[in-house]
Design a protein around this ligand. Structure first.
Ligand code: MG
Length: 455
């Protein structure tokens, strides 16, 4: 964490008791409380070992500045976000480090609409924190703390309103849930059972050391899920990340799909019911998303990379569907934030309505191959290197929303962007075959390296 910065792309994150100490959490709580100004805030945490310690520290700061705290306990991030909106709270604070390893934790601030605070609001909180502008309440105006039980049940009930319960129940799907020993296990299996599915859970017990697997739902962490689905002949498997705002799916053969494939399935179904609708996605998303939105006559809106950017853009345009390739889908009719359980319900809804298995739904899609790369670049040269690159690709089919994305006439594309956290440029290429994708990464890496040498 740099001198004047607390927030990264997804709230405040750090190593517990090294970067993120209880003392710091109290002060952050005071800064957030001052920012809101004696309001009603919902607080909850994920399953990490430090969740209780850090939420109590944050609550101490919030009440010291006169905020009234409603404590929800352990819950998925989207359940807390839904409850903030549903109970007309003024905001909320979530203690989570999402997909990071168990020794990390984080603090996320939620606005009254359930969406994470904007970058500008985060800067306000940082200024209060670093300039010591905390406003403590007098002894007789301190905030109170009361429990807010039941938010996970409310959340499950709310999701069910958005899908065809009868159609899904008729299919008697057998679903394997892998909640990574975290909060996804508090809502995912319950939702699926209430949808009439047969549920088999793995890594279901809450354990903040994450003994079953790391909480990032990457293919290498999902081998048990994949094997289980296949071994017991289930219809589908779902893995949540550590705070269950993202979900990654496995088909009946054990094949793991990245989030862009499930997002494209949801887009197709959504556009069939909502012709011409706006679909919001970061510029890092696959060309599959572009193809799907174009094929089914939607309007595609690109944003910078980052889930908060997608939520804010959906709010600005009143768009009802957004998504990221990492398995985060934002379903506006429920809430314009990433939501792992809502995504699961939408996918089952599509399977039930079309009568197709997940593998068949994916087989309909155009296939792209992805290659990634990076080159070293000192932070102070990032901006000028990006400008040079822009000059070189002028006249091509590009977007400069975030770094540079170039689309080529054969359907391939490359995104080149400076990392926000490391002294590197990252390259993401995709093409109709692996060789072409690899060639794009190689060509543009050497081009960047050559240019960098001249600077
Ligand atoms: Mg997450």
């Amino acid at each position: 964490m740099s001198e004047r910065k607390l927030f990264g792309t997804n709230g405040i994150r750090g190593l517990v008791n090294v970067e993120l100490t209880p003392e710091m959490a109290i002060k952050v709580g005071c800064a957030i409380g001052t920012f809101f100004g004696r309001k009603n805030l919902l607080v909850g945490h994920d399953a990490r070992t430090s969740g209780s310690m850090l939420s109590k520290a944050v609550i101490s700061g919030l009440t010291a500045t006169g905020c009234h705290v409603f404590f929800a306990g352990m819950a998925p991030t989207p359940a807390l976000q839904f409850a903030v909106k549903n109970h007309k709270m003024d905001g909320g604070v979530i203690i989570t480090a999402s997909h990071n390893p168990p020794e990390y934790n984080g603090i996320k601030v939620i606005w009254s609409d359930g969406i994470e605070t904007s970058h500008e609001q985060e800067v306000e909180i940082e200024n209060i924190y670093f300039d010591n502008k905390i406003v403590y309440a007098e002894w007789d105006k301190l905030g109170t703390v009361q429990d807010q039980p039941g938010i996970n049940d409310e959340y499950v009930r709310a999701i069910k309103k958005h899908v065809n319960l009868q159609k899904i129940a008729e299919k008697h799907y057998h679903v394997v849930v892998d909640a990574a020993n975290s909060v996804g296990g508090l809502t995912g299996p319950q939702l699926l059972r209430e949808l009439g599915c047969k549920v088999t859970s793995i890594n279901a017990n809450i354990d903040g050391t994450f003994p079953g697997r790391m909480p990032e739902p990457r293919p290498e962490n999902l081998t048990d899920l994949s094997a289980t689905v296949k071994a017991i002949g289930a219809d589908i498997g779902v893995a949540f990340d550590g705070d269950a705002d993202r979900s990654i799916f496995v088909d009946q053969n054990g094949t793991i799909y990245m989030g862009d494939k499930t997002f494209a399935i949801v887009i197709k179904q959504f556009l069939a019911k909502n012709p011409g609708a706006k679909i919001v996605t970061p510029v890092s998303s696959s060309t599959l998303i572009k193809d799907t939105v174009e094929a089914y006559k939607g309007e595609l809106i690109w944003t910078k990379v980052g889930s908060v950017t997608v939520s804010q853009k959906m709010k600005e345009l009143d768009a009802k569907l957004g998504g990221e390739e990492n398995g985060g889908i934002f379903y506006g009719p429920h809430q314009a934030v990433r939501d792992g359980a809502m995504t699961t319900a939408l996918l089952l809804d599509t399977m039930a309505q079309t009568g197709l298995k997940l593998s068949a739904l994916v087989a309909e899609q155009p296939q792209y191959f992805i290659e990634k790369g990076k080159i070293d670049c000192p932070d102070e040269k990032k901006e000028v290197l990006l400008q040079k690159l822009l000059e070189q690709v002028k006249g091509e089919n590009i977007s400069t929303i975030d770094g540079v994305k170039i689309w080529f006439s054969d359907g391939s594309a490359i995104l080149i962007r400076p990392s926000g956290t490391e002294p590197v440029f990252r390259l993401y290429a995709e093409a109709k075959n692996q060789e072409k994708a690899l060639k794009l990464v190689k060509d543009y890496s050497s081009r960047l390296e050559k240019t960098l040498k001249t600077l």
